[in-house]
Ligand binder design. Structure first.
Ligand code: HEM
Length: 86
């Protein structure tokens, strides 16, 4: 399940990179939010691999959950920067 989980992450990274390419000439706040999301994703992925290869130490699992919450917040931010309030 961890490997399947990691593969899904790589698909997410690929989609995110494609998104970054597609918005490279778009509004600055959209690009900024997407770059921040990429940074969160790579940090979260790094924690994921380290915890996987070190027997799931509690501290790293906790950080992985924090990263997961940050990733949801970062994704929401990307969506919100592409919209204006009615
Ligand atoms: C975008 C990146 C990632 C996100 C959002 C994410 C999110 C999560 C979440 C929400 C869980 C808890 C699942 C549950 O308990 O039901 C989890 C668990 C786990 N993740 Fe990730 N993950 C990411 C990347 C990775 C990567 C790259 C690996 C490397 C193999 C990894 C390895 C693990 C492992 C081993 C667990 C089980 C931890 C435990 O049960 O104590 N994760 N991840």
């Amino acid at each position: 399940m961890s490997k399947l989980h990691a593969w899904a992450v790589w698909v997410f990274v690929a989609v995110l990179v494609a998104y970054l390419v597609s918005v490279r000439r778009g509004p600055q706040q959209v690009r900024r939010a997407a770059w921040i999301l990429l940074a969160i994703t790579l940090g979260q992925g790094l924690i994921g691999y380290v915890q996987y290869f070190t027997g799931l130490p509690a501290l790293l699992v906790g950080l992985h959950m924090l990263g997961s919450a940050l990733l949801v917040a970062g994704s929401t931010r990307v969506v919100l920067t592409t919209r204006t309030r009615a």
